[in-house]
Design a protein. Structure first.
Length: 52
C-alpha cells in the first residue's frame, strides 16, 4: 500500500513539474524524496528471517 502511495505521489510530482509552477514542483519533490527515504529506512532496518 505504501509503495502504491509513493508511486502516485511521484506521478503527481512529475505532472506538476511538467505543467505547474516550479516552486510547487520542487516542494513536492522534496516531500516525496523524504517519504522515499523514510520508507527505505523502515524496510532496511527489518531483520531478515533466514532459514539455512
Amino acid at each position: 500500500m505504501e509503495f502504491t502511495a509513493l508511486f502516485l505521489a511521484i506521478t503527481v510530482t512529475m505532472l506538476v513539474a511538467w505543467r505547474g509552477p516550479r516552486l510547487l514542483a520542487l516542494s513536492l519533490y522534496a516531500v516525496v524524496l523524504i517519504a522515499c527515504i523514510a520508507t527505505f529506512m523502515h524496510h532496511a532496518t527489518d531483520t531478515l528471517k533466514l532459514s539455512f
